[in-house]
Structures are given as structure tokens and as C-alpha cells.
Write a protein that binds this ligand. Sequence first.
Ligand SMILES: Cc1ncc(COP(=O)(O)O)c(C=O)c1O
Length: 379
Amino acid sequence: MTPVYFDNAATTKIRDKVIDAMVTVMHNNYGNASSTHSLGRSSKALIEYSRKVIAKYFNVSASEIVFTSGGTEADNLVLRSAVRDMGVTRIITSKIEHHAVLHAVAQLKTEYGIVVDYVDLDENGQVDYMHLEGLLQSTHKTLVSLMHVNNEIGNILDIKRVAFLCKAHKALFHSDTVQSIGHYELDLKALPIDFLAASAHKFHGPKGVGFAFVRKGSGLKPLIFGGEQERGYRAGTESIHNIIGLEKALTQAYEHLAEERLYIKDLKQYFIEKLKLELPNSVFNGLSGDMEKSTYTLVNVGLPISPEKSAMFLFQLDLKNIACSKGSACQSGSIQASHVLSEVVGVNDFQKTSLRFSFSIYNTKEEVDYVIGVLKDLI
Ligand SMILES: Cc1ncc(COP(=O)(O)O)c(C=O)c1O
């Protein structure tokens, strides 16, 4: 039996069309994009074509897209260069960012002694925009780094509001959009955002490739030094098949966005209703039970199971062929809280075991029925 895969926020299955495009490239376009012969030139042309296609979706110019090994590298590229090369002396972020941001910022604090401030969050983990505005009254050269969609609880940031707040206070704005690109559209002509991070494996593309959007004139310098690839922003021979895979995955995602969003949203709604009916003592963490204020791709549920029993519970789910994420009140058997849930889940609800179920076009309502049936039986 193939697993019921409800862990799409961790990574997604690659689309067949994406695999086909990548295999064709691996067969035919093995030339190094820096070589001047025709094989090299055709590799280079493919990369530049992909860059143009990607840039168009965000209404930016191709030179503002820098390919990276994924979201983590894109976050690090932006954050580290902001401090090292752009004069940033203060970063405002939140305690529920992905570790790719949190740990990179902590490292910058250690290395450069920058000031780090964490914006207040409300009881659902939503950014307190008034507090953010207060924090922005500062003489420091500031960068704000706030994620668009939270990977654990699905909360959606009012990215437009934050972008204009930053602009009004002359702060740079970076958003980790790893969970939103491919699922939400962003017009970067209309939004004053300076930097973004994206990752292909979150929208049915390959692992190990992503990109940073870097606004023209930002003064960004590389994280990795060597050759002149990526216009000097990122040294190293380009992974052509991965870049083509990224572009094809993004094209597929945005071409089918309307119908696929409807399909997945309907699945999430069905999951919520069914869970409320079958296990009414469950709670939805953060805003994940709110169809409008959280992403349509995931729910994070506190189930009425004590954390001590949580490790066994996850093992039992695994035996039933259910793949979901611990997301979690208890990780790998030790009672170690997720940093996101520690911030947003109240003490009482924290006595429950939290699981993240994240959906994609490859899931069905029958799978939802199966999972909720298993949860009910086990509980
Ligand atoms: C919000 C967020 N940021 C960054 C990352 C890291 O991306 P990558 O796996 O491409 O390095 C992830 C992946 O889990 C994520 O969910």
C-alpha cells in the first residue's frame, strides 16, 4: 500500500511533467553553461530562459532572480549580505520563523553584534502590526524578515501591509516565501519587497534548488565565492536539470493554480469538518483551522493524547501507512516542543499531541476518511 502522504509542507511529490523535462535535459544538455562551445551555450540558454519565465510570474526582471540550492541558502544569502554588505545593524523578525532564518539571524548576532528584535505575536501566532510599527521607529539601518506563510501553523502574513510599513520607515524587507511561492501569486512591481526566498521542492519540483529574488540595486554580494556564475552572485557550476525542474514546476503550479487551489481548499475544509465531528476534543493550532487566515495547504491539530504517549502514537500512524509531520508537542520521543508551538499554543492545549497534516493535489477525500478513521480508532 502506498503511504497516505499528508506531509506536503515538508516536501512534495515531483510532477511527472517536471521529471520528464529534467530527464530530457540530463540526456541532452550536459554542457557546462560556462563553456563557449554550442553545448555550453545551449545549457546557458536554457538557464536564462528559465530565469525569464520565473521572473515574469513575479513581474520582475530576470536579473533579479538568483538560483540557489534551496530556501535555506536563499535566506542565508540575503540575511548575511544585508549585514555584511548593506550596512544593516538591526534585524526585526519573529520567533516562529523557520530555522533557516532564526539560526542565520542568531549567527549574525554572534558574529557582528547586530541588534535583533522579535515582533510580538497574538495568541494565534499572528504578527502584531502595531508593535512592528513601533519597532520600526529606530535610527538603526533595519531589515525586517517575516515569513509569508508559516510552515507549521499555516498563518498568512499581511505581506502588503508589512511591505508598505517597511517602505515608510526606510527598512529593508525580506520575506521567506518558501511555503507560499507556487501556492500564492505575488506581484513584486506592486509590492515594495526587497528580497524573497523560494524552494522548488515545496511546489512539486526537485529538491536542492530554489531562488532568491533580489531587488535591483540592493548591493547584495555573494555567500559563496568562486566563478562568475549567476552574474557573480553565486559561484559554482549550475545544476541545469534542477533549474529547468524548478521552472517547469513553477509554470505548472501557476498555470493550474485556480483549479488546484479550489481542490486542495475543499480537501482541507473536509478534513476540518470531519475532525470536528469525529474527534470534537481536538484543537486547531495557530490560525490553521481558519480557512481564510491560514494557507489552504495545511492544518496543525492538537489531538487529545498526552505528550508521553505521543511517540508511540506516531509509530502507530506510521504502521498504518500515514505520513504526516510531528509538528509537534513531542519530538522523537523526547518531550521537546516545536519552537513555533511553544510560542503560540496555550499551556492546556500543549498537553495534547500536535500533528501537522499538509495537503496536495495528489490527496483525496478517501484518504482524509481513512486518516480520521485511524486517528479515531487509535485515540
Ligand atoms: C518556511 C521555510 N523556510 C525555509 C525552508 C528551507 O527550504 P529548503 O528545504 O529548500 O532549504 C523551509 C523548508 O522546510 C520552509 O518551510
